[in-house]
Design a protein around this ligand. Structure first.
Ligand code: FHN
Length: 451
């Protein structure tokens, strides 16, 4: 009898496994070999910062065209690849850049240490094509790392894993087929050596990779590089552009199980609301990543409300500036960032260290929350009333505008009827604070119509 039972049991187990393994319940993730090893504590700290400075800079500023992309297009390769010989940003002052970031209310700074044109803004032992070959001959990355440490700003580095200048990388953004004489394994040795060099010399808080969409790069290379880097620095934060799965290039929903990295990186758009996986939107203050003469900059309201909308979606904003060829960030951009910082001095509690929700964002308002407060961000100063679904099992003890004035709130039939002052105080963006009798983070997500 016993033998018949075990035989039967074996058959059931085999059928059970076949059903589940084909139904995808146990389907191996595409990157079964990848697992993010960055702790939740580290990621929570990063995500609590909400706001960082992105800097795209290099010899290409001498032409005012897009970094990397204009090589061999708006700027002939022979011209582009010799710009470094003229690159002498004598007005570069790392402390000034970092103070500009700090005055903007930014908590971290990410510099394009090496973009797709392959030029390195630090003295590298693994290439001649670096800042020491220019008349400037100063370690830009090193000076920024030092200034960030001095001003308590987290120092981060952008690093491209494609390199249209390096002969060992098979693709050169010239529309031609990959170069058969290129040697990808040698290229990977070079970038591993350079990454070891910058981690050792500058101790970056986060590495922001880019350029994984081209054919020579594979997810396996990304997984190998991620594990190599984590072997060098256990607490290093690494974005998701070591792998092919991301939103920045594809406008589809991201399958987080397939990502290689610690956070998602939507680009030039506010990312989708997501409480489960960290994300950071990278967005330009103008229209071009690198400096562009007379570029059209975003208005202050667009800048502030972009930050609000990323925080309301539970994400960070990496906001990009393009310094000029002489090393200064143009005054227009500095002024805009300072005004963002002034707004954050009043309303920063509704951004830093918050979670997105509980109200899903819409065209009239969005929301963030922290401890026993829900912050309702009102995008239009002319709004006079708001009707919101009430939080179940929660009491609103106080409702007021963030800079003080109390606001009438009546709860009837599961709704809050809120009467706002005729003219809201802030011309850029206003914040209504609902103080609750319990922690707001437990409130389930609520879809509220924008009326
Ligand atoms: O090609 C780059 C581009 O130049 C810029 O660096 C952005 C910033 O995220 N990333 C790539 C485009 O997705």
């Amino acid at each position: 009898m016993y033998r018949i039972m075990t035989k039967y049991l074996q058959q059931v187990l085999i059928i059970w496994f076949l059903i589940f393994s084909t139904s995808g319940v146990f389907a191996q993730d595409k990157n079964a070999g990848f697992r993010s090893t960055t702790s939740k504590e580290i990621m929570d700290e990063f995500m609590s910062m909400r706001f960082g400075m992105f800097i795209h800079w290099g010899p290409v500023t001498l032409r005012g065209t897009e970094i990397g992309w204009s090589r061999g297009h708006e700027v002939p390769v022979s011209d582009y690849d010799n710009l470094y010989k003229e690159f002498n940003p004598v007005l570069f002052n790392a402390d000034e850049w970092v103070k500009t970031a700090k005055d903007a209310g930014m908590k971290y700074l990410t510099i394009t240490s090496k973009h797709h044109d392959g030029f390195c803004l630090w003295p590298s032992e693994h290439t001649e094509y670096d800042i020491m070959a220019s008349p400037f001959k100063k370690d830009i990355v090193g000076e920024l790392a030092k200034a960030c440490k001095k001003h308590d700003i987290k120092f981060c580095m952008y690093f491209t894993i494609l390199d249209w200048h390096d002969a060992n990388y098979p693709v050169h953004n010239d529309g031609k087929a990959p170069d058969p004489d290129a040697d990808m394994s040698k290229f990977i040795v070079t970038i591993k050596n350079q990454l070891k060099e910058v981690i050792t010399n500058y101790d970056p808080y986060m590495l922001w990779f880019d350029g994984q969409w081209e054919s020579p790069w594979t997810d396996d290379m990304g997984i190998d590089l991620y594990n190599y880097l984590k072997g060098l620095k256990k607490d290093l934060i690494i974005n998701n552009r070591l792998g092919k799965e991301m939103t920045a290039i594809h406008s589809k929903e991201v399958d987080y199980r397939k990502m290689v990295g610690d956070f998602d990186t939507p680009e030039q758009k506010v990312g989708n609301f997501n409480l489960d996986f960290p994300w950071e939107s990278c967005i330009t203050i103008g229209t071009q990543w690198a400096w562009k003469p007379n570029d059209k900059l975003k208005t202050l309201q667009e800048c502030i409300q972009t930050l609000i909308k990323t925080a309301s979606g539970n994400g960070n904003l990496l906001f990009n500036v393009g310094p000029m060829m002489d090393g200064r960030i143009e005054q227009r951009q500095v002024d805009l960032l300072k005004q963002m910082g002034d707004w954050l001095k009043v309303y920063g509690e509704s951004i830093y260290g918050t979670k997105g929700g509980p109200y899903m964002p819409n065209s009239i308002f969005s929301s963030t929350r922290k401890d026993n407060k829900v912050f309702v961000h009102l995008f239009d100063a002319s709004i006079e009333k708001l009707i919101l679904p009430a939080f179940s099992g929660v009491k609103v003890l106080k409702s007021s505008l963030m800079n003080g004035k109390s606001v009438q709130l009546k709860e009837t039939d599961g709704k809050y009827f809120i009467k706002l002052p005729s003219q809201l105080p802030d011309s850029v963006s206003n914040v209504l604070v609902l103080e609750l009798d319990k922690n707001a983070n437990g409130i389930p997500i609520i879809h509220a119509e924008s009326k």
